[in-house]
Structures are given as structure tokens and as C-alpha cells.
Design a protein around this ligand. Structure first.
Ligand SMILES: NC(=O)c1ccc[n+]([C@@H]2O[C@H](COP(=O)([O-])OP(=O)(O)OC[C@H]3O[C@@H](n4cnc5c(N)ncnc54)[C@H](OP(=O)(O)O)[C@@H]3O)[C@@H](O)[C@H]2O)c1
Length: 264
């Protein structure tokens, strides 16, 4: 099955920066009718005014139930329905679990799991009447191989991956496709938004993929209806090695953490 994105009514969360913004910039010229959601109204308005097709801006904190409902209603009323939901908004914390807090764990689960899960549930009645309807869940390499110092984040993305797999069967009866996106390190504004940033390993965020590359892979996944898309060299090799040698990966990661913490 292929999907022509011309005229498709697509709602993107986390559209104010990084991957979500790049996705809007690639979908708008294809003729998609976009709804842009995030908390930063000024950034969404500036983005919408730079794009063809007059995207709809709906400032939304996805962790708030009333704001999620309003987002779906406004999008559906404005465009006369909904064809795709892209659950892209996300946050992270880069530090060790032992000295983290319950508040951080709950916040990450709220933004990365509970909010997209509930937005998805509420979107089903709208998507049922859509044209080749789809949900795109943006997870992470950490949702397929959890990593030290990304404990809360990995847990939230594993939960999103698990929900996605379970719903693939459930949503089939509504003819709604559910696509999983698994990016590796991306040079967006992600690291500037971390709740904590105390990991000791050196991560060169500026050497990550461009958000435009991730967005192009999402567009390709939507077009070709790809069930799961691994993006980036780091994702490809880590998930392949981990598939066959998970204990070796565990051992190497634990050794690395020990060294980092011995050194200080
Ligand atoms: N960057 C990476 O290395 C990487 C790797 C793998 C996966 N990912 C995933 O890719 C997705 C996009 O991340 P990015 O790299 O583009 O990061 P980003 O530049 O920080 O963008 C995150 C987006 O999420 C929005 N957001 C955060 N909290 C929100 C809330 N409560 N309600 C509504 N929107 C909210 C932000 O907008 P506002 O602040 O305006 O609300 C922003 O638009 C995330 O799910 C992330 O986990 C990123």
C-alpha cells in the first residue's frame, strides 16, 4: 500500500522545533493540510506563516486532557476530518536514575507515554473516518535498546513501542495503520530541553543526524506505510549488534559506566 500525502489532514505534535518542525516543512509543500501543536505559540505561528497551505496552529500542552481534546476538535473542524496523527513531542533527562527523582520519572512518562497514548485513543473516532488513516509514533533507539543515563527516557520510549505493537493488531479492525519511528542521535534542540544534563559520557549532539533527515524518513514511512523505521548509523549498528549479542552490549555499557565514574 502507498499513501499519497496530497490533501492529507495531518496533525503533528512537537511541531515548534527539531524533527516536528522539519516534518511540517517537508509535508506542507507536498500539499498536506497540517495542524501544528506544541506549547510555544510564537514559534508555531512563525513556522505556519513560512509554509504553504495555511497550516492550523493550535497551542497545546499535550499533558493536559482538555487541551488534547480541544486540539483534536479544532483540527477536525477546521479541515473536516483527520487522516494522520504524528505523536512526535518528547522530552528527556540525561543523568543517572539513582540520584534522579520521582517527579522527573513521572514528567517524562507523562510527556512521552501517557500524553501520546491518550491523544491516540481520543483520535481514533476521528481517524476511523479518515482517508488511509495512520498514527506515527516517534520513539527512539532507546526504545529498542535501553541505555545508561537514559533510564527514564528509555522506559518511556519502550512503553511507547509496546503500545504501538499492541495497537497494530487492535487498530487493524478500523483500518488505521500504526507506524513506529526509531531515530538515533539527532542534532535538534532536544539536549537544550533536558530535565537534567549530568551524564558523564561525551555525546556530540552537533554530530547527530539533521532533523531534516529524520523528517524525510518519516515522510517515506507514511508514503510506503512502513511498520518500523530505524534511522541513523548509530541505531542501525546498535540494534543489530544488540539483537544477536545483548549480553555483550550490557557488559560493554556497564564497563564504560564504571570507567566514567572511577575517573571522577
Ligand atoms: N534529538 C534526538 O537525538 C532524538 C533521538 C531519538 C528520538 N527523538 C525523539 O524525537 C522527538 C522530537 O524531538 P526533537 O529532537 O525534535 O526535540 P526538540 O527539538 O526538543 O523538540 C521537542 C518538541 O516537543 C514539544 N513538547 C515538549 N513538551 C511538550 C508538551 N508538554 N506539550 C506539547 N509539546 C511539547 C516541544 O515544543 P514546546 O516546547 O513548544 O512545547 C518541541 O516542539 C521526541 O519524541 C524525541 O524523543 C529525538
Amino acid at each position: 500500500m502507498t499513501r499519497n500525502l496530497q490533501g492529507r489532514r495531518i496533525l503533528i505534535t512537537g511541531a515548534s522545533s527539531g524533527i516536528g518542525k522539519a516534518l511540517a516543512q517537508q509535508l506542507a509543500p507536498l500539499g498536506a493540510k497540517l495542524t501544528l501543536a506544541a506549547r510555544s505559540e510564537d514559534k508555531l505561528t512563525a513556522l505556519a506563516s513560512s509554509l504553504p497551505g495555511s497550516p492550523l496552529v493550535v497551542p497545546t500542552d499535550i499533558t493536559q486532557e482538555d487541551q488534547r481534546r480541544r486540539l483534536l476538535e479544532r483540527s477536525s473542524e477546521h479541515f473536516g476530518g483527520l487522516d494522520a496523527l504524528v505523536n512526535n513531542a518528547g522530552i528527556a533527562s540525561w543523568a543517572h536514575f539513582a540520584d534522579s527523582t520521582e517527579e522527573i520519572l513521572r514528567r517524562i512518562m507523562e510527556v512521552n507515554f501517557f500524553a501520546p497514548a491518550e491523544l491516540l485513543r481520543s483520535a481514533i473516532p476521528f481517524l476511523v473516518n479518515g482517508n488511509q488513516p495512520a498514527v506515527v509514533n516517534v520513539a527512539s533507539m532507546c526504545g529498542r535498546r535501553a541505555m545508561p543515563a537514559w533510564s527514564e527516557y528509555s522506559a518511556s520510549k519502550y512503553a511507547l513501542c509496546g503500545l504501538t505493537e499492541a495497537l497494530r493488531g487492535e487498530l487493524a479492525r478500523f483500518d488505521i495503520d500504526i507506524l513506529l519511528i526509531v531515530p538515533g542521535l539527532t542534532s535538534s534542540e532536544f539536549s537544550q530541553h533536558f530535565l537534567r544534563s549530568e551524564g558523564r559520557a561525551q555525546i556530540e549532539y552537533d554530530k547527530g543526524m539533521k532533523p531534516e533527515s529524520v523528517a524525510a524518513a518519516i515522510v517515506n514511512a507514511l508514503r510506503k506505510n512502513k511498520t518500523e523505521t530505524w534511522i541513523g548509523g548509530d541505531t542501525q549498528w546498535m540494534l543489530r549488534v544488540n539483537r544477536w549479542l545483548p549480553r555483550l552490549v550490557d557488559y560493554l555499557l556497564a564497563r564504560r559506566v564504571r570507567k566514567l565514574y572511577e575517573a571522577k
